[in-house]
Write a protein that binds this ligand. Structure first.
Ligand code: DGJ
Length: 596
């Protein structure tokens, strides 16, 4: 559906594009600007969405804020007069704010009350906010950030702003999230991996960091294979002379010191174990100490004559230049073309400073940040359509570019560099406000945890990871025999139930942001299966066990707990709940029920 608006004086035309879905409570909207006049037009601000709430009543604004290793925590604040806004100016959607806002009534809870949600399909600088005027009319808006943005539209040219996906639910935040989840899973995500089972993976990053050789990797892979893992991912450090993060980004050729027989040999050794092989890359970056930078110093983002700021000792390549995009496509295609790599983890470990391109004329420098994202999307589109059998996982120092733009190309994203099970309760709970579990990379890592130093049980690490894209990120050989057996069972459980969980409707039952516990539930399409994960942060001696109240079940049907074999009516589970007795700190429980 289109609405066309024209300014009769300048002949500037706006096309408001709407898609209204028959089978879902979803509307998408975007804006196209066309210059039908005879003069250049400078676009200084183009919001993709602007919506007025006439009877604004008592609203709260809900959004996701964070930092590196603390992404997407939920913040809920009262709507006041004036402007409240979140944004990113970092060149990526960022760890700090997510391109998502939601307006809820004061009384709205997880499962009741009005919730209006808005998500921007974009990976770069964005802004999203609300403005309430003196008449209590509330305007919500969202789009490309107008900070340092000026786009020159020549006569006859058009500018397409990114899409916003919007939903309303009378069933609270959970209802809103369910609408988003279904839409993202089936409409936004594309490609073969949208619908098929994805492999259980092991990633060597937290097991070895930069210190590995082929023998060590094959050992990690073979002990993982024994327990049921299907895909071995080789993370950072396999190329150039990369023994730390000081050098070599851009030199995507195997380091013969670590891998004397090359990448192909390692891939074959992994394949011979009966596993798939995956590889980490960070192709948007270049290290000053690299052959690529020495050959093409002008390919790095910079301002002529000025010092270049480093982040993690690296620079960002100028993806507004066609030859740079072509180079990235050819390098990554080179790694993929013999078919031995079946998974790519695409990282991006610093934000953009000095945004500008040596190729753009002065009057177009402020187009740079958007041109970078257009270049990135071109690269991702080319690679994902050329290699449809490769599973791509996005990453940006963890979840620094976890957005709907990336998910259009990659069906999953590494959720956070914080792999501690307790911290992940908050991060994954918050992320689920907009994003389905199908998109959230979640791994069991070693203890004491490398980011926070906490020790949690292998069960709890597994149970929390089970509510995302399940995998491991440690050397499984160092586990005790008892722990290995638990891992074997976890993998078996995920293989049997993971797909059902990911295709189910998610209910958030207990919020870690509200107290000491975390509980989420997944109800399969015909309400045939119910999978719930409960976890508590600290143990407590003097209280009755927590009760877990389920949601979304058939009230009259009976459900059997597959572990205890006890049967409960749906009504009982929803209204009386069952006690979840857990002992100790960081305890957790995974429950699976089947309708009888
Ligand atoms: C940041 C990622 O989030 C980590 O998982 C790891 O891949 C490192 N980069 C490697 O440098």
């Amino acid at each position: 559906m289109f609405l066309e608006l024209e300014d009769s004086l300048t002949k500037l035309r706006l096309t408001l594009q709407y898609s209204v879905y028959n089978d879902r409570d979803m509307i998408t909207r975007s804006v196209k600007v066309y210059n039908g006049g005879n003069n250049n037009v400078e676009l200084l601000r183009v919001m993709s969405m602007s919506m007025d709430f006439i009877h604004s009543g008592d609203y709260d604004l809900v959004h996701l804020h964070g930092a590196w290793a603390r992404e997407r925590h939920i913040e809920r604040r009262t709507v006041m007069h004036g402007i409240q806004q979140i944004d990113s100016r970092r060149g990526a959607s960022s760890h700090h704010h997510n391109p998502f806002i939601c307006l809820v009534n004061k009384h709205t809870t997880e499962q009741q009350g009005d919730a209006y949600g808005f998500g921007l399909v974009y990976s770069g600088n964005f802004t999203a906010g609300i403005e309430m005027n003196s008449e209590e009319v509330l305007r919500a808006y969202m789009g490309i950030n107008d900070f340092n943005f000026r786009w020159i539209l020549e006569p006859g040219a058009e500018f397409q702003a990114p899409e916003v996906i919007m939903t309303y639910s009378p069933d609270g935040l959970t209802g809103m999230s369910q609408n988003f989840h279904g839409f993202i899973r089936k409409r936004l995500c594309r490609g073969k991996f949208r619908d098929v089972k994805r492999p259980v993976l092991i990633n060597n990053w937290e097991a070895t960091y930069f210190r590995f050789d082929e023998e060590k990797l094959v050992k990690i892979a073979s002990s993982a294979k024994e327990l049921g893992v299907e895909l071995m991912v080789l993370d950072d450090g396999w190329f150039g002379k990369r023994n730390d993060d000081n050098c070599s980004l851009g030199d995507w050729v195997a380091d013969r010191e670590k891998l004397p027989l090359g990448l192909e040999h390692l891939a074959k050794s992994i394949k011979d174990l009966g596993m798939q092989f995956g590889l980490w890359v960070e192709p948007e970056m270049v290290s000053p100490d690299s052959d690529l930078f020495r050959a093409h110093p002008d390919w790095a983002i910079q301002v002529a004559g000025r010092e270049k700021s480093l982040g993690r000792r690296q620079l960002v390549l100028d993806l507004s230049r066609k030859e740079v995009c072509d180079y990235i496509v050819s390098v990554v295609s080179g790694l993929l073309k013999d078919g031995s790599v079946s998974y790519i983890k695409w990282d991006m470990n610093r934000n953009i400073t000095e945004p500008g391109s040596l190729l753009l004329p002065p009057e177009k420098q402020q187009e740079f940040s958007h041109r970078y994202i257009l270049g990135l999307y071109h690269v991702l589109e080319t690679l994902t359509t050329s290699f449809p059998d490769v599973l791509f996982e996005g990453c940006a120092g963890g979840g620094g570019r976890f957005d709907l733009g990336v998910l259009h190309y990659y069906p999953q994203i590494w959720t956070s560099d914080d792999s501690d099970a307790v911290e992940r309760m908050y991060i994954q709970y918050g992320t689920s406000l907009l994003y389905p579990t199908t998109t959230m990379g979640a791994h069991v890592s070693a203890v004491p945890n490398h980011q926070v130093g906490r020790t949690t049980s292998i069960e709890t690490r597994g149970n929390i990871a089970m509510t995302g894209r399940f995998g491991y990120e440690l050397d499984l050989a160092i586990l005790t025999e008892e722990e290995k057996e638990i891992v074997r069972q976890q993998i078996k459980t995920y293989k049997q139930w993971g797909q059902i969980l990911h295709e189910s409707t998610m209910y958030r039952l207990q919020s870690p942001f509200a107290g000491n516990t975390f509980a989420v539930e997944f109800v399969s399409e015909e309400k045939q299966y119910v999978i719930a994960v409960y976890a508590s942060v600290l143990g407590s001696a003097d209280k009755d066990p927590d009760r877990l109240y389920f949601a979304g079940l058939d009230a009259d049907a009976y459900y059997r707990d597959l572990e205890t074999k006890k049967e409960y009516s749906g009504s009982f589970l929803m209204h009386l709940g069952i006690p979840v007795a857990t002992k100790g700190d960081f305890a957790s429980k995974l429950m699976i029920f089947e309708k009888v």
